[in-house]
Design a protein around this ligand. Structure first.
Ligand code: 13P
Length: 344
């Protein structure tokens, strides 16, 4: 018998991923990135530790009220819960849609110092078919754009946009909803206006390529950065400026046919990530759902509370559930910073 996910169209899956009150957990750290996260808590990055940590997150009771989907890494989609249930099957049983990161990372862009292009297109069609068989129903590809002296170049923006569209078209062909993620990094001394200009250029290029490569916008999602001041900038824009400029940029670039925009957290503090999303949703209605697909901003307190110790699993789960709930409230603009104190 076909499962519910098998009978859903791309548009239905995309809409389910941005259902009211819910967002996505990004748990797709590559081996290098998860090692960095584990180093920060003094835990060893063994396969079993990585499995145990993802197990902690995925089996948190009640998270499904706020989490619509989880982005997995290649290793993780093949792993199982402690009782041997494959992670994708377990997530589906909780009503959470499994997804998969399919890019192979940002590599130096030829002839463009300090800039990168994301690789992973060779053999992608075959990999996508396998991921579908393993239970994935959506995919993610991340391009990385740095702001600095004389960069980003148009060459970098368009090369990445072209690759993102090739990835998206192949995903849809395989019955998978693509999340296209051009991340304009928040590192640097640039102003919020510069962040706006670069994100605007990137998204214009992206939607031109998606159109040219026949990607069905209704069956896709955009994952992008909020428009913020660079972390090293002397002046930091406040929550209202971030909300207003981000919405303005998206209205100028992202078609209203796209069901949702799911933000990355990009190293913002957990509470900033929640408060800024909340401020945007307080300004609704918008043409698209505005939601989250946070990695660090959903996981950081859980990782710290767990610390690599099995006895701390309940504390880790409580910390994760709290952040999921706060971000779930931010989906409707009903979050307030006071809610953090109550839980502390
Ligand atoms: P962060 O929220 O930690 O930026 O991670 C989201 C993500 O998936 C980046 O590709």
């Amino acid at each position: 018998m076909a499962t519910m996910a098998e009978t859903q169209t791309l548009e239905e899956i995309a809409r389910a991923l941005v259902a009211p009150g819910k967002g996505i957990l990004a748990a797709d750290e590559s081996e290098g990135t998860i090692k960095k996260r584990f180093d920060s808590i003094g835990a060893e990055s063994t396969e079993e530790n990585r499995r145990a940590y993802r197990d902690l997150l995925f089996t948190t009771k009640g998270a499904e009220e706020f989490i619509s989907g989880v982005i997995l890494f290649d290793e993780t989609i093949r792993q199982s819960t402690a009782d041997g249930t494959p992670f994708p099957k377990f997530l589906e049983s909780r009503g959470i849609i499994p997804g998969i990161k399919v890019d192979k990372g940002a590599k130096a862009l030829a002839g463009a110092e300090g800039e990168t292009v994301t690789e992973g297109l060779d053999g992608l069609r075959e990999r996508l078919q396998e991921y579908y068989e393993l239970g994935a129903r959506f995919t993610k590809w991340r391009a990385v754009i740095s702001i600095g002296k004389g960069i980003p170049s148009d060459y970098c923006l368009w090369t990445n946009a072209h690759a993102l569209a090739r990835f998206a078209a192949l995903s849809q062909e395989s019955g998978l909803v693509p999340i296209v993620e051009p991340e304009v990094l928040m590192d640097g001394e640039h102003s919020i206006d510069e962040s706006y200009r670069v994100t605007d250029r990137m998204l214009q290029a992206l939607y031109t390529e998606l159109f040219d490569q026949r990607v069905v916008r209704e069956g896709s999602l955009l994952k992008t950065n909020m428009i913020v001041s660079g972390y090293g900038a002397s002046e930091q824009a406040d929550v209202d400026a971030v909300a207003e400029m981000t919405i303005r940029c998206l209205k100028n670039t992202c078609p209203g046919s796209v069901p949702g925009v799911v933000f990355l957290s990009g190293g913002m503090s957990d509470e900033d990530a929640t408060a800024r999303l909340n401020a945007m949703n307080q300004r609704s209605p918008h043409p698209w759902e505005l939601s989250f697909s946070y990695g660090r901003a959903l996981q950081a307190p859980a990782l710290k509370a767990w610390g690599g110790t099995p006895e701390n699993v309940p504390a880790g789960q409580a910390a994760y559930l709290h952040r999921a709930k706060m971000n779930g409230l931010a989906r409707s603009g009903s979050y307030s910073p006071d809610m953090e104190k109550v839980a502390a």
